[in-house]
Design a protein around this ligand. Structure first.
Ligand SMILES: NC(=O)c1ccc[n+]([C@@H]2O[C@H](COP(=O)([O-])OP(=O)(O)OC[C@H]3O[C@@H](n4cnc5c(N)ncnc54)[C@H](O)[C@@H]3O)[C@@H](O)[C@H]2O)c1
Length: 368
């Protein structure tokens, strides 16, 4: 394995989201994507050809490559832990799509495995590293709203079966609106408030099946095994509280509502499932003020860039898996609260990482 220059990357999982990652990573010169793998090697080949990657094949082949140091795991949630564990066992660093695993025991085992092997494990989302949420974080730390005390978050839509060609996994454990979209909102809230301490939630499943809306399988009926509407109240260790709605049960799409309030002002963050967007602040009475986010060309994959730079420098990476584990813990607790109709404690925590420098640029070559 080389210890200098751009970090060699193997992508595992050549499905829907791999397009965004592969297109972006080709523009981030500190990453060099050398292999695309999938359970179905023909899918890997097609994505490799489309994005100018020379080699493709099976996961085993990706893990056997000496010139691959970092595996970007874009498989479905049910495969995240198995693929990540195999990659760590093969001596690779791993950036996992969210959620980090289906359950806490699997996530904790992965973190322990990475620590024991002195390898890096990171977890999506990396949207919070974008200029939008980084600017929010800097504003909060500079006291723009006073001490952050409350927040409201809303993510509601008709559900991803309307547009995803293979949406089965999105209605199975590891997804649904809570586990699929919750990570964006809960990661953003954890950046603002720190760790969650306990949660109370209610929710349910409006329909036992869904009909695929688009693609070759349009018209096919798929089962729903998870809650599809959730309302939750999160209490943070700081004493702050946030209310959140996650729903795939409405024709009215309302994405990315994230409002954070302190005693001195209310701040509206950009959609936490995006990298930039408008930030607005209201100090009461007067009109809303718009705040420009810092510049930058950011998209899915910047978490892998940040990790690649940390691999070379020896510093911390921003998407440390303990944050992903904590977000999973908060989501599992949300599900448990729905089942028990009681508050559920969230035991895990995470170490806060410093915001990125304002001029942090994933398109810059720093690992020459
Ligand atoms: N689709 C999106 O808009 C989106 C956005 C952000 C994050 N994500 C996340 O990205 C991940 C993948 O989502 P997607 O929409 O691309 O799913 P997808 O079903 O379109 O693609 C997943 C791919 O992984 C492959 N795969 C499954 N198990 C595997 C295994 N054990 N080994 C190797 N390959 C395996 C499948 O063959 C498939 O090609 C999920 O964790 C999802 O939450 C998706």
């Amino acid at each position: 394995m080389s210890g200098a220059g751009p970090v060699g990357v193997g992508v595992v999982g050549a499905g829907k989201i791999s397009d965004q990652y592969l297109a972006n990573m080709a523009r981030y010169p500190d990453l060099d994507v050398r292999f695309v793998a999938d359970l179905h090697p023909h899918l890997a080949r097609a994505q490799a050809e489309r994005h100018g990657v020379t080699d493709s094949g099976t996961t085993e082949q990706a893990l056997a490559r000496d010139d691959v140091e970092l595996i970007v795991n874009l498989t479905v949630p049910a495969a995240h832990a198995e693929v990540a564990s195999a990659a760590l066992a093969a001596g690779k660093h791993v950036f996992n799509e969210k959620p980090i695993a289906l359950d806490l025991a699997a996530a904790e085992a992965l973190v322990a495995q990475a620590d024991a092997a002195r390898l890096r494990l990171g977890c999506a989302p990396d949207t919070f590293l974008g200029p939008g949420l980084q600017t929010v974080r800097r504003m909060l730390e500079a006291g723009a709203i006073g001490t952050p005390l409350t927040a409201s978050a809303v993510m509601q839509s008709g559900g991803p079966h309307l547009w995803h060609p293979n949406p089965d996994f999105l209605y199975q454990p590891g997804a649904g609106p809570l586990f699929d979209m919750g990570p964006y909102y809960l990661t953003a809230l954890a950046q603002a408030f720190g760790p969650v301490a306990r949660v109370a939630a209610r929710g349910g499943t409006a329909a036992p099946t869904r009909v695929i809306g688009k693609g070759p399988r349009a018209g096919e009926r798929i089962p729903v095994a998870v809650p599809t509407y959730v309302a939750a109240l999160y209490e943070f260790e700081s004493g702050a509280v946030a209310q959140a709605t996650f729903s795939f049960d409405t024709p009215l799409e309302r994405m990315g509502v994230l409002e954070i309030t302190g005693a001195e002002a209310t701040l509206v963050a950009p959609d936490p499932n995006t990298f930039a967007g408008e930030i607005r602040i209201n100090r009461g009475g007067e009109a809303w003020q718009s705040v420009p986010a810092t510049r930058g060309e950011h998209g899915r994959g910047i978490g892998a860039v940040d990790m690649a730079r940390a691999i070379r420098s020896g510093g911390a990476h921003s998407t440390d898996a303990r944050l992903g584990l904590h977000v999973l813990d908060a989501m599992v607790a949300t599900g448990a609260s729905i089942e028990t109709a009681s508050f559920v404690e969230v035991a895990s925590g995470f170490d806060p990482v410093a915001p990125l420098p304002e001029d942090w640029d994933p398109t810059e070559l720093t690992l020459a």
